[in-house]
Design a protein around this ligand. Sequence first.
Ligand code: SF4
Length: 178
Amino acid sequence: MDINALIEEALDSGFNHAAELRAETLRFLPEVREMCSADRCHSYNKNWVCPPACGTLEECSARASGFSHGIIVQSECELEDSFDFETMQALERRHQKNFEKLASRLRERYPGLLALGAGGCTFCEKCTYPDAPCRFPDRAISSMEANGLWVSEVCERNHIPYNYGPNHMAYTSCILVE
Ligand code: SF4
């Protein structure tokens, strides 16, 4: 496993920052899942890969337990001020698009990879949840938070910044490959 090559590939795919993710640093925290149920991101109980449909914390932890290597990827930019919602939304769209593309490309080499994004799955314009099965169960992307991961802690434990300073914004996702 050449992690540095994967990091380079992520940077070439449009991410601003990337770093190695060591799976042993991941902690699956009930407090993070409790924040999901507060529905601050408006995804709780709205798609197949967010709680409660994504499974229990124990199931999420078990899914990740077969991996030891991965990468963290980030999209980051400067804002005009803290009300610069247009730039924030553009950054989110860029991050989601690049992450879906990178996960899809890596899946050709690592078919069993686990991609954990930022926010609920956006593959379909309207999720089938809860009326019909997921349209793309092999490609749907769950979020780090839905899996109980405290994103700033994951960054800190893997020596990559989470916060890039005042008037900067960053989206963080990760992919476990092996
Ligand atoms: S792939 Fe589509 S149906 Fe499946 S979770 Fe994502 S949005 Fe929902």
